[in-house]
Design a protein. Sequence first.
Lengths: 310, 624
Amino acid sequence: MEFFHRATSFPFMSTRKVWYGLSIVLILISLASLATRGLNLGVDFTGGVTVQATFPAAANRDAVITALTAAGYADPQVTIFGSSRELAIRLPPTKLSTAEVRGKIEQILHGIDAGATIQQVEVVGPQIGGELQRSAVQALIATLLLIFGYIALRFHTWRLSLGAILAVLHDPILVLGTFSLTRTTFDLTVVAAMLAVIGYSLNDTVVVFDRIRERFHAGRRLDPVAVLDQSINQTLSRTIMTKVVTLIVVVALYALGGPVLRGFSEALIIGILAGTYSSIYISSAVALDCGLKAEHLLATAVKKPLDDLP
Amino acid sequence: MLEFPRWKYVLVTLVIVTGLLFALPNLFGEDPALQVERKSRAPMDDFARQSIEDLLHKQNVVIKRDYIDGGRLILAFNDVASQLKARDTVDATLADVDRSALANASRAPSWMRKIGLKAMPLGLDLRGGLYLLYQVDLQGAVGQLLESYEQSFRRALIEAKLPFSDITTIGTSGGGVANGLRVALAAGADSDAVIEALKKVDPTLKFTSSNDAAGAAVDMLLTPAQIKAREDYALEQNRTTLTNRVNELGVSEPIVQRQGLDRILVQLPGVQNSAEVKDLLGKVATLELRLADTQDNPMQAQQGGHAPLGTKLYKREDGSPILLKREVIVTGDELTSATSTTSTEGPAVSIKLDARGADSMLRTTRLNVGKPMAVVYIEKSRRQVEVNGQKVDRDTSSEKVINVATIRGVFGPQFQVTGLTSGEARDLSLMLRSGSLAAPIEVVQERAIGPSLGQDNIDKGVRALEIGMLAVFVFMALYYHVFGLVADVVLLANVILLTALLSMLHAVLSLPGIAGIILTVGIAVDANVLIYERIREELRNGVSPQAAVRAGFDKAFSAIADSNVTALIAGLALWVIGTGAIRSFAIVLTLGIATSMFSSLLGSRALITLIYGGRRKVARLSIG
């Protein structure tokens, strides 16, 4: 079995204007949604109470909302997740302990169905939330800076570096945009997934760039457009194969891992798809439009030979 | 001919065998168990074990197996019902000397445990329990220090007969946070003499004299190093307190650790009732030093029900009565530190007092050498009780004499309590510290996870792992044929190595950790794919099969190394910045990259060389 039985020769570079357009539109939509709708931040970031409960039969979401409102909880957020029997209730910050919250909510739920059981109660103080937001942003910035540093060190010409950086920025923005548009809860596990995406998004770009360098070595006079197209085509099979396999496991995680990992695996799926696209269409195209030529890579190759072989 | 040096084969085999060994305990699962330990911290012996076994047999509780591990007796049962019955039996009969806790015992054979092979402990999200995050009030801790200095300053100035009008706290770090003291001087006072007198309180303090519209003053500002030291002390102190109290709760494998700059994390597996636990952990304790009464008979006082004039009746830890003088020599507020040390007379607790305490100590000991002095431990807790259907907070306090020692000489700010075993010395210093010095704490995050949710999370995580791996295995075999099967073996080896590494590090396994393992399976494929695609490419270019294999491995190396570095950066960033579940994901991700590099570069090459290397000429590679 092979995805591409013969060597492919898709003309990726000639259509790059179309892909630029697509990416710009997607990024603008993401940014607009982030600016207007914001993110549906999880209780880790905002502080507050979440209660996870299971009903013996399908849960009646409206009845729960009515009962909670009647009990004096203003605007409770109730979502069905996992299966139709599982509910997540989110309430504003409180001074009560988990045991007290459990007691109160249990009483309310038992009014609806005596068989309802509470699986998990979490109470997060407001000071934690602000702090976690800060440390999550710090983690993102630190990771991006480290990766930019690595790129600058690794690809001696700024043309490739810029391409890689834009591709790396592209993916997390799309993940954030999707989370904002779909109002999916954005919690700490999603941040972890985004950092993993940033790490892996570069993976393909690096492999393609590695090949570009190799191709330019083969012929100094080659047309850059042809070299870039060849490099992407030659690594295409590997790019798709790797992504398919990673997607298989992440989809398994999404479908079977339960509600706790839902947001996490969703962020990974979007990130991996965006990363594949951006490493094929964005990173090399940007380098080309910045005027990448053989001598930019060859000059450095004389100074620093290719990696030692094992 | 393909070649692969023999030492590399040996290396790969050794690593895999070691990995298997370390990963193995994770396969066995756990039984419900009871952990019993001596309150005295003395290790359990076979005699104690036999008597507990007999006790349970009499109650018809079937013990599956039992063993002594780290001085604790572990009893494993077939079901939770036996476990609970055993706990009740042990608690009812032996509560005075033993402490029991519900636990889980690995089903792994005992030789594994004996050579230190253990399964990964499960995180709270996988087995249920209570998670509490405490915030320590560090400003409060510094405030306490300043208060104690303020009292010492007043005393020093009065003793030196230097007039002053007031002592107030001052803050220079902004935000109204106090970090120093200002001694406002009376008109015409000699500021140098004042500084001289104050220096005697603590020579490490820095003083400056100022003179502005408000009048002349002497300022003392704590250096950042002094503030840091105080904060560290308070934090470490509170951690110790919480650890002690958690140990009193009888919970198996609790976690109490510092988190970040001013937080303490407490994890109590299996605990559900948060109100009771918070009550116990949050209680305030203090201590007093008093002279013991040597004239009257404590037994008589106990029987008569009232203590002789000028004395107060107390109980020792073993329940026997003791009479102490009414006057308090030193209270817990006057203690500045307590550490366990070793003196010429054996284990001891070294105690430091502030000026007021030191003064009182000096006066008392001067008059009472050779007489016994007692340490009284006082514990106050606030709990809700129902009175006429109304919930009200009621403070309760318990007092007991934890130590009586003979005064050997005259001492002031620093002295030692001797006549203790090393375990007692440690406990006493812990209790003294936990009693009086803790800065205020507050719960900022808590999570109670039900046990069934934990099991549900394990089931889901394991199923996702199984299905995900199976799908990848089938896909790789279909896509790359024999080479795909090699990749499958390598992937399996990778998961084993990763599990082994995590077990060696005693990393706590949580749901995000399982997600990390699953993700690693997907990522680890990449290295193999890079190599195989390269081999295919070489074959398409008409290179001979064996040369293609060699070229594939060699040429793919730089791409593999490069692409893993970026993932490693992200993993390390998460590791450094994340806490809890995020950190557990990061550890798995980072270690997974390392094991996958090893297994695909060395493991896969070893296997492929084994398959295709021996023959002189290979006509065709089975690579799809």
